[in-house]
Design a protein around this ligand. Structure first.
Ligand SMILES: *Cc1c(COP(=O)(O)O)cnc(C)c1O
Length: 395
């Protein structure tokens, strides 16, 4: 028999990844306390979680979860369209729509599923899907799942995006972009993209996984911060597992969009609704994220402190003003070595390597949280400054 064995092939691929020094490893985190976490029996100061506002362990969220679980139990026991749609879901959807200035919102179990389902519902064969090259993997996968023609423009290159749209003037077109790019931390040129979509008759979709809660006066995200409304960005997606400290995602927009997704988004229709207690906890997080502007102010001040210090040390900062502050090291092994050195000093910073980022662009993805103290940032800077081969002293 010449038929390839699938499991053998997969093992060979994993071995090749190991050979290339790109193997990923799981770590069991035993305990978390604010920015601190314990793994392998060691207490580490973490700079890698997406809990930007420090809400994941907030007592108001824990209380809401407990109270809802006491009255409703754990599982929703069904898909939304059967009998899994509870009052907690409905209330959360309403709060999310109001916060983001949209007519309606629809919950999904994860951001990955929200993007797959939304692109699959909106697009079909023959349609054009124009995307930034650095978009999150699930936006790219969604366009492929939909069978649309996927065109990827160089990062933030409006002219290239325009050329791609104009090359398919007859096709229905969706332009999709991350609001804040997950591995670079920079913000998409949303106003220019919105103007382009208006002039080309294309629909704009923004994935604001890293902007919601963090950007804009009341944390409504990158779209609001850019002064844009539902008319400019009819398809807004954001996740609940990052700044909101919970899990899940939603799409918000005009009633017709939400109704259509309810009918046709397969990752909405054919899956179990998120636990209602989780929706209740997320609702508490939405209230706090809007109210506690001190969390955003704190984050802004930590970001400024980190950038000023890193600049002084001559560290390879990227052009980001968000909570994601990557240091571009280039070589995957160098990034891994740097992460290991930091970990020996009790700091957990994760090396991001290809294929998550392009070849030659491995980096340390440093993330800050409102719960970090100034002294934490200073300790990180001190350790980074002493890493061999990265700071000014070694240039
Ligand atoms: C994290 C992330 C997602 C996926 O969201 P999950 O809820 O974790 O599945 C989608 N898009 C972007 C830009 C993200 O950063």
């Amino acid at each position: 028999m010449t038929r390839p064995d699938l499991l053998q092939r997969l093992s060979a691929q994993a071995a090749a990844r190991e050979q290339a020094g790109l193997r990923r490893r799981l770590r069991v985190v035993e305990q978390v306390e604010g920015p601190w976490l314990q793994a392998d029996g060691r207490r580490l100061l973490g700079f890698c979680s997406n809990d930007y506002l420090g809400l994941a362990q907030h007592p108001a969220l824990v209380d809401a979860l407990k109270r809802a679980a006491d009255s409703d139990g754990v599982g929703s026991a069904s898909a939304h369209l059967i009998c899994g749609h509870r009052r907690e879901h409905a209330a959360l959807e309403e709060a999310l729509a109001t916060w983001t200035g949209r007519e309606r919102a629809l919950l999904f179990s994860t951001g990955y599923m929200a993007n797959l389902g939304t692109l699959q519902a909106l697009l079909g064969r023959g349609d054009a899907c124009i995307q930034d090259k650095l978009n999150h993997a699930c936006l790219l996968d969604g366009a492929q799942l939909a069978g649309a023609e996927l065109k990827r423009y160089p990062h933030a290159d409006i002219d290239a995006a325009g050329r791609q749209l104009r090359s398919r003037p007859e096709a229905a077109a969706l332009l999709a972009t991350d609001g804040v790019f997950s591995m670079d931390g920079d913000t998409a040129p949303l106003r220019e993209l919105a103007a382009l979509c208006t002039s080309e008759g294309a629909t704009l979709m923004v994935d604001d996984a890293h902007g919601l809660g963090v950007l804009g006066a009341d944390g409504a995200g990158s779209v609001t911060a850019a002064g844009l409304t539902q008319a400019d960005v009819p398809v807004l997606m954001a996740t609940l597992g990052k700044a909101l400290g919970c899990s899940g995602a939603f799409v918000a927009g005009p009633a017709g969009l939400i109704d259509g997704l309810t009918q046709f988004a397969r990752t909405y229709v054919y899956t179990t609704a998120m636990p209602p207690a989780l929706a209740a906890a997320t609702h508490a997080a939405v209230v706090l994220a809007q109210q506690d502007s001190w969390r955003r102010e704190r984050l802004t001040s930590l970001i400024a402190r980190f950038r000023a210090g890193a600049h002084q040390l001559g560290l390879p900062l990227m052009a980001s003003s968000s909570a994601i502050q990557p240091l571009l090291l280039g070589d995957a092994q160098a990034a891994l070595d740097a992460a290991r050195t930091l970990e020996r000093q009790g700091l957990l910073v994760v090396a991001i390597r290809p294929p998550t980022v392009p070849q030659g662009q491995a980096r340390l993805r440093i993330t800050l949280s409102a719960l970090h103290e100034d002294a934490h940032v200073d300790r990180l800077l001190d350790a980074l400054g002493r890493l061999p081969g990265i700071g000014r002293s070694h240039a």
